[in-house]
Design a protein. Structure first.
Length: 165
């Protein structure tokens, strides 16, 4: 029994490892609502500028969210604050026709979503970068949005050496 328990924890840890993930973090909303004044910002560091990256907006919501989609505006900035990318993206949290929740479910009525907003991006240089998210709906308070996060991962492409084209 003493040996089985550590082996179980080791197996769970190994299963949770993710080689493509460079950064992942969430900001929880204490009131279980995303207020228009809250603009989550995530800072991360990129060392390898040869690889391409995909950036995801992670959204955690409950079924009490009253709309099928969420509009989010994002900005990717470098360490000087210069905006490198910025757009608005629609994110569907529920099926438009059936109203069935999409995403993966964790506990009960809570769902996690991962929406790519920048794909196959090559950062201009090593250093610190930041991404901020702003909810862009017609209501100041979005009830049912529990958290928003950022995930940065290496794109799943085979890369040639830096000198080849």
């Amino acid at each position: 029994m003493r040996i089985c328990l550590p082996l179980l924890f080791l197996a769970l840890f190994a299963a949770g490892c993710d080689d493509t993930r460079v950064f992942e973090q969430y900001q929880d909303f204490e009131q279980r609502s995303w207020l228009i004044s809250e603009k989550p910002e995530f800072e991360f560091e990129i060392a390898n500028t040869v690889d391409q990256y995909t950036l995801y907006c992670n959204v955690r919501n409950s079924v009490s969210f009253p709309y099928s989609r969420l509009f989010v505006k994002y900005e990717l900035k470098d360490s000087t604050g210069k905006v490198l990318e910025g757009k608005m993206m629609p994110a569907f949290l529920f099926d438009q026709q059936t109203g069935k929740p999409q995403g993966s479910t964790g506990l009960g009525d809570i769902y996690d979503h991962r929406f790519p907003f920048i794909s196959n991006y090559r950062f201009p240089g090593p250093g610190k970068y930041s991404v901020s998210f702003e909810q862009f709906m017609r209501k100041d308070t979005l009830e049912g949005v529990l958290a928003v996060g950022l995930r940065v991962e290496r794109a799943n492409e085979v890369h040639s050496s830096a000198g080849e084209k």
